[in-house]
Design a protein around this ligand. Structure first.
Ligand SMILES: Nc1ncnc2c1ncn2[C@@H]1O[C@H](COP(=O)(O)OP(=O)(O)OP(=O)(O)O)[C@@H](O)[C@H]1O
Length: 307
């Protein structure tokens, strides 16, 4: 994603005399960022996401920027005259992939979400959970620059929910932007760069720096890449700090909750990075000892934490 997607003075109401759902909304979605939208029921979260995905137009104000966008709507129209793989291949072609590339990507995403067995099943015969996997796969197929997810985790099993979180982290690490609504307050906890609360038609903004959430446990990752290679997880929300200790070797402090995602991005980068070492962050070990009240009188605890 090269440019911001911007909303300037945006308002939306349904019908000529309907109440304003959103009014005077200014918002910029930047490349490589994760944005959460929250708010009480019926406050206008889906309305905002539809405007960002450009499947709806504002009643007043302007939307500028045209990133390649994919959208998972709150209600996916599952009654479509396709098989799962047929639908995904068709959508991949619509997103600009060649037919063989679209078919390949369709197969890969169905496999990744544990739905390969349903590839040839008509969409109308899929269970709710399986059709939600197709809804999510169609959005990820063509590596969109902007991914808009409206309750996309709803109805997915635990394994697929985790896989979708990983896919989100990969999009951001690849320079894309992701905007999501989810009823689970722990979804991607600690990861959003910005959270907006929709209230009374306006947006209240909270950034990661304002967040009361403690930074939590970290691990240290030492990774080696090609000389002059760009760190594939630069700017990733799970990476708290990154330092090039010798040319080509980087030491990263990574939130433990994001370590599997970060390692996966490093190992699947092209060319792949070599992960030389993963260890507990000694800063966290100190914090843990302090929290548990152990000290010189409990020397055994020192040995648990490599320095
Ligand atoms: N197409 C439409 N026509 C008329 N009114 C609509 C339409 N879409 C949404 N609304 C109304 O706009 C308001 C905001 O709806 P929206 O779905 O954006 O809120 P939401 O915060 O996403 O809600 P929820 O949390 O229940 O999904 C609601 O009062 C809803 O009834």
């Amino acid at each position: 994603m090269r440019d911001d997607l911007r909303l300037d003075g945006v308002g939306r109401r349904y019908g000529l005399r309907g109440p304003w759902i959103l009014r005077g909304v200014d918002l910029a979605i930047r490349p490589g960022t994760l944005t959460r939208v929250e708010g009480a029921n019926g406050t206008g979260k889906s309305t905002l996401l539809r405007l960002l995905a450009r499947v709806d137009a504002p009643t007043e104000g302007r939307v500028t920027g045209r990133p390649r966008t994919a959208y998972v709507p709150e209600r996916f129209p599952a009654a479509l005259p396709f098989t799962a793989v047929g639908y995904l291949t068709h959508l991949g072609a619509v997103h600009g992939l060649s037919r063989p590339a679209a078919a390949r990507a369709a197969g890969e995403w169905l496999e990744r979400f544990g739905a390969a067995a349903y590839a040839a099943t008509p969409m109308t015969a899929l269970s709710k959970g399986s059709s939600q996997k197709v809804a999510v796969a169609q959005a990820l197929l063509a590596a969109p620059e902007l991914l808009v997810l409206d309750e996309a985790w709803t109805g997915l099993d635990a394994g697929t929910r985790a896989e979708l979180e990983r896919a989100v982290a990969e999009r951001i690490a690849g320079g894309g932007a992701v905007v999501f609504v989810d009823h689970d307050p722990h979804r991607l906890a600690g990861a959003p760069d910005t959270t907006y609360t929709v209230r009374d038609g306006a947006l209240e903004r909270r950034t990661a720096q304002d967040s009361p959430t403690p930074s939590g446990p970290h691990v240290l990752v030492e990774a080696q890449g090609p000389p002059d290679g760009r760190l594939p997880v630069a700017g990733h929300p799970g990476v708290t700090s990154a330092e090039e200790i010798v040319p080509g070797t980087h030491r990263l402090a990574v939130r433990a909750s994001h370590s599997d995602v970060v390692l996966r991005v490093l190992l699947t980068a092209r060319p792949p990075w070599h992960v030389a070492r993963v260890s507990a962050d000694p800063v966290d070990a100190d914090a843990r000892r302090a929290a548990h009240g152990s000290g010189p009188d409990r020397p055994g605890h020192d040995q648990e934490s490599p320095r």
